[in-house]
Write a protein that binds this ligand. Sequence first.
Ligand SMILES: Cc1ncc(COP(=O)(O)O)c(C=O)c1O
Length: 353
Amino acid sequence: MADLAARHARVAARAETAVLEALRSGRYIGGPLVSAVQLQVSTRMGWAHGASTNSGTDALVYAILALGLPPGGEIIVPAVTFFASAGAVVRAGHTPVVADVRSDYPNLDLERLPLRPSTRAVMAVHLYGEPCLLPGLDLPVIDDLAQVIGADPPPRNGTIGAMSFYPTKTLGAAGDGGLVLTDDADTQAAVLKLTHHGMPANNVHERVRGHVGANSRLDAIQAAVLLAHLDDLDARVASRRATAARYDAELPPWVHRLPRAPGHPVHQYVVRVAQRDALRQHLADRGVESAIYYPIPLSRQKALEGIAHAPTPEADRFCAESLALPVHECLGDDDASAVIDAMRSFKGGAFSP
Ligand SMILES: Cc1ncc(COP(=O)(O)O)c(C=O)c1O
């Protein structure tokens, strides 16, 4: 599903030189490489400023803290997403209210958001790269942009966003990293201060928007790697789109393709099928990897037990029927053909979402 060594080979000369320079510089925390990542990635995502963190999860936590909401409110999160979208809400002192997803796509359903007087914000996850647009909401929206880099145009709803540089993301580091996105210079400064122990000067620690700071910084070595990968981003997205176009055209008719908005970056290529687990085994027997993102909806995660969620029937179905096929930029034409051949040799049953 990813080939990180092959991906490194695409940028090896630049990345290795940049890492060596960073090592020799003696400047490991902050500095020009980190500032360059903040500026270049935020610009690429369509925001004025970026504040780096040491993971995408922390980027979500600090994005929520920067909203300065009164403590203990409820934040709506979709039932189909990586756990961090909800875990970050808890870490930021709020309660995640898990909402069911649309029947045609596993993003939040604007028409059926479980809005209550206690709702303080909504977390819009742009899952697999598909925009989750929630126009007209009279509430702060946190954009979870972890899976959407490379989208053209990049989607957004609100005044704050967060992204992840986890290695398998389309723009991934050689370790962890994340970025909070904002158009407001004060918010950028607030996040940078929060992630640096609320420390405006040595040995002085202040609360920022009501919160005590901690340590969550991107380091210069990861920044050096990220800048090298950023040069390859357009080529990666083009390659993913070409593979997706082949799958669209050549997979058998019993495979239900998820809709993709124009300019979709194809972070994942996910299909829905009637006999998912048998198909997965069939592919594995032919040496074709696949993955399930995500097999358990958040409404059924043990870590969130005891939090009042309505049932999530659409998410339950999606999690039982969906399968991600390999689509990363290091796949060759022959690899994509092998996926298509293995899919065609399965006797799939009719499926309607
Ligand atoms: C939708 C989503 N949100 C949040 C995260 C958390 O990012 P990280 O793994 O960098 O903490 C990820 C990725 O892992 C993700 O896919």
